[in-house]
Design a protein around this ligand. Structure first.
Ligand code: NAP
Length: 248
């Protein structure tokens, strides 16, 4: 596919996991890739992988929670790659604890990275998108933001917040050809879920009608669709990619 030829895509947290798979897929669809992560080694490795496939890609280290770094990130992408058309707000973290034991720090850090980070990246990327009358913003939320999960009050709140952020931004940007959608992954096989106890994993598997954990490529395929021209009449939507786990 070359549907994104001539377009520039920024994927935050793309040094590994879902972000990496999304970056590889958007590059396969023809986009030039801005790989960004706090993990320089991971980010550089993804850039090398992409360049090895003959794709255009550059690494930009940035913490999405730091406004100055995010603003510089977008300025540099615009200068180096000549535009910014697709933003995938993927960087995210967990700091799990039952609410009564959750520290202020764990609450603040998760909300700051997962929700404020997406706000900062959206604010920086939206101006060039509005100017060029074309843009795609895709926020990686979670089914946990829709149905909740014990031990993840901070994470669930951040992901529910992303849904509201997506819908409000979708309404603000629609008249200029910029769509904003969220994807709510279920349980995806990445470093984030590797730590789950085998017993819990088996319990979760029983609740997934399609009978397996998701792969990062399953999320990447949904991102590729929402980023494409074919998805031009979809905005403010939350797409669950969860093997049927929630069916909300
Ligand atoms: P992952 O394997 O932990 O990868 C996340 C990447 O984001 C890491 O490279 C991480 O770097 C980076 N990152 C963390 N904090 C950052 C920051 N402040 N600024 C920039 N980059 C940062 O996670 P994943 O499983 O691929 O998840 C990706 C997204 O999908 C997250 O938003 C997650 O909440 C969401 N999601 C995942 C699942 C799942 O089952 N895996 C389900 C639903 C939603 P470091 O490792 O150096 O911190």
């Amino acid at each position: 596919m070359t549907g994104l030829a001539g377009k520039v895509a920024l994927v935050t947290g793309s040094g590994r996991g879902i972000g990496r798979a999304v970056a590889l897929r958007l590059a396969q669809d023809g986009a030039a890739l801005a790989i960004s992560d706090v993990d320089a080694a991971g980010g550089q490795a993804v850039v090398q992988e992409l360049q090895g496939q003959g794709r255009q890609a550059q690494f930009y280290p940035a913490d999405v929670a730091a406004a100055d770094q995010v603003n510089q990130l977008v300025d540099r992408i615009m200068a180096d790659l000549g535009g910014l058309h697709v933003l995938v707000n993927n960087a995210g973290i967990t700091r799990d604890a039952l609410l009564l034991r959750m520290s202020d720090e764990d609450w603040d850090r998760v909300l700051t990275v997962n929700l404020k980070g997406a706000f900062l990246c959206t604010r920086a990327a939206l101006r060039p998108m509005l100017r060029q009358r074309w843009g795609r913003i895709i926020n990686i939320a979670s089914v946990v933001g829709l149905v909740g999960n014990a031990g993840q009050a901070n994470y669930a709140a951040s992901k529910a917040g992303l849904v509201g952020l997506s819908k409000a931004t979708a309404k603000e940007a629609a008249s200029r050809g910029v769509t904003v959608n969220a994807i709510a992954p279920g349980f995806i096989d990445t470093a984030m879920t590797k730590g789950l106890k085998e017993e819990l994993k088996q319990e979760i598997l029983k609740q997934i009608p399609l009978g397996r954990l998701g792969q990062p490529e399953d999320i990447a395929a949904a991102v590729a669709f929402l980023a494409s021209e074919e998805a031009r009449y979809i905005t403010g939507h939350v797409l669950c990619v969860d093997g049927g786990l929630t069916m909300v």
